[in-house]
Write a protein that binds this ligand. Sequence first.
Ligand SMILES: [Zn+2]
Length: 143
Amino acid sequence: MDVIGIDEAQFFEDLYDFCCKAADNDGKTVILSGLDGDYLRRSFGSVLDIIPLADTVTKLTARCEVCGKKAFFTFRKTAATQTELIGGADLYMPVCRQHYVNGQTVVETSRIVLESTSVHHQTTQLSCLEAATAAAAAILQSQ
Ligand SMILES: [Zn+2]
């Protein structure tokens, strides 16, 4: 085996050491794909850490689900905040910069309003935020 393919590279914790050993010591060609950023556009896993090891890097894009332009970012259609939440089109949508910013603005505004009201129970706040996030996704998709 001379070529090793890795998909969803953001989920592999030993990515740097594995790729370093496979390419440098074992003479393997390693081809991997993964997300460089999470739904908050923060570095995702070790994907960015291995760029200095790479011969070439190509940044790919999807199509924005709203307008069809190049989608550089991921909008999460749920209020859950853990970084690794496995799901498909039910939880995530690829979006362009404009629609990412519009969606995040709606979600953040909802979060600020909910956090400023102390009468709500935590569970109520979460379900309200869940509704706001879903509404943001729906608004984006209806444009
Ligand atoms: Zn768009």
